[in-house]
Write a protein of this length. Sequence first.
Lengths: 469, 325
Amino acid sequence: MIKPVLLWTDALIFLLIIIVVSFVFYAMRHEHLRAPWRQVIRSKIGFVSLLVLMSYVVVAVLDSMHYRLPLEQTNSNSETHYSVEVLSVLDAIIMPLKENEEKTYSSPLATNLFSQETVELSNGEKSRIHPRLIYGGASLNDPESEHVNDVLMAIIRGVAAGMLIAATLILLVLNILARKRSDSILNVFGAICRRKEKIPWHVVFFAGSVMLIVVAVAASLSQGYHVLGTDKVGQDVLYQATKSIRTALAIGTLTTLIMLPFAVMLGIMAGYFRGLVDDVIQYLYTTLNSIPGVLLIAAVILILQVYIDANPDLFTTDAERADMRLLFLCLILGITSWTGLCRLLRGETLKLREVEYVQAAAAFGVGKLKIIMRHLLPNVMHIILISVVLDFSGLVLAEAVLSYVGVGVDPSMHSWGNMINSARLEMAREPMVWWSLMAAFVFMFVLVLAANLFSDVVRDAFDPRLRKG
Amino acid sequence: MLAYIIRRILYAIPILIGVNLITFVLFFVVNTPDDMARMQLGMKHVTPEAIIKWKQANGYDKPLLYDAATNGTGALTQTIFFDKSVRLFAFQFGQSNSGRNIGHDISQRMWASLAIALPVFIIGILVNIIVAMLLAFFRASYIDLSGVVLLVVLMSISSLFYIIGGQYVIGKLFHLVPISGFSTGPDAWKFLVLPIIIGIVSGVGSGSRWYRAIFLEEISKDYVRTARAKGLSELSVLFKHVLKNAMIPVLTGAVVVLPLLFMGSLILESFFGIPGLGSYTIDAINAQDFAIVRAMVFLGSVLYIVGLLLTDISYTLVDPRVRLS
């Protein structure tokens, strides 16, 4: 039997998903919350970027279900021992990427190693050649003549598979839509083609198909090759980049999850109670804000590292140790980033507490806590939501910079920052090793771009000042 | 006005004490004076006597925060924290672990940081205003739309990639300027031009978008409509009316970061090998040099508070409607 492992960040990620899902159900039953989300869904950019973000989230969630495999038993009656390596469901899905390691660098889709090695030929002479890869193109007998054809065939297979899956999914969606309106599928499809729909389904179908085809081509190619090459120790770059998704999303979301209660509570309290409470809270955030963020993060990470090194028996696996560092990174990023939201909420609450309905509630003798929960909190919700979505992309970018400075996630953890950091010196090689950087760049760029576009749409939909009519 | 400024400066003192306390506690959790002594004297063959001697020589032989043995105010003043913090308030940073004078190092390295940060800041604001003005002029057209898309794309790229890409294209591919390094002589511009360009480009995305939003908000106001109704051309409306009023948020947003320019840029400096305060800080973090880190934290906090104060003052200068009280 496998042994499930629940890391701290896993638990928090699942908690976050529960919160989001319950919020979605709550929002669906309330018209004033449904209206802005409808606006988000009806915008082309909004829906497509949501689709991209969701696909990242799926990968991250799969990567958050961890388990440990049992070791082979030597005698049957003894207790089962488990491997020290913590795997995730994602690892199980993309196992070929993880397991097939090469000796060192190989370029994308290569059949031979990037570097030359001296080999002894059968007649005793020595020669410098690029040796064949263990995995990449191993099925080919003569790489020079068969390579291009084989790659092309794999791409065609991938495109075909991707289109097939996309067509099935589109039919499924059409079927659901048709059933909901008790109309025929053809009529619904016609309406979408003539762009009569409020939700831009034609754009969504197109973008979804493109994404599926890209994934299918990558999957088909990785059956025989390292799609994005391998790094210095021969690990597949595509595997690293995919595993980094969870790290980035964890930092982008858990940081917010951790800091949100403090920021909201303190911000509203400062604005509502004023006086001494306000002074203390203002002092607190001015002090924290005036410490340069990087130095504070560096200090905490150094402390944690010393603590971990001093207590090695607290953690049974490397993954748990790396996870603890990730959690603390989220924590300290939260401490340095809650001040902005807190100040915004304080200002907004100062304004809101003078509004008639709050005054009326106070005059009726409604308790302070109840006023905060019933009247103030719902009316600052849009500020909270907008700043959460806006912060996300900044946090993902910050992770890369922090890992570069050396105070980011654990070096053993996959992250785009670590990939950039280790690939940085490879730029100086001649010819250049560019694929690690490229992979980190593309994966990160797509995520941050989607998050930026999505946050714009969300802000337009929720900010009452920007709302039309 | 003067009373307000004095009050704000007095208000800064408890904040600085708080900052000091936090950094002090954070670093002494990891790094006890005994550890520091051992690190300085070399890990091997350190006798307890040598540690005590080092602690006495460097002023680390007192209690950390509270001295229970002495009475009255002495309980608070006869401590390492008091000793080391009071000197910071007089900007006496003392010596780093390697025995160099930190204050001297900072005053030396400050200029290298400024040589990068100041041009990036000033040219950056100019570029952002020009781009935002252009987009505001062509607002709600395809030029505006594609411009905004381009800005979002630009701000979605990590600054690390701007640096790596810039170094590769300009430094390695075209050999226009050296990839990294620094010089104080007349050829200094060669080393400075690339980091400055990269610093500006990496800030254009978010900066221009923000300014564009400010300009558009100004454009939708009544006085702009009045100006147009009086028959002014669109260009003179934009430059004479909108720009002037939009400068209030632009300027005050810029003033708060102005003092922090002294701190330099962490990643630009370390990528380009510029001996400024940013790379100084990174080196100190890696070497766990507590004295330098504490000095930099203190300096950063002072500059931040100065920035806040300058922001408030600049509000009254550019916007006569605001009065300080």
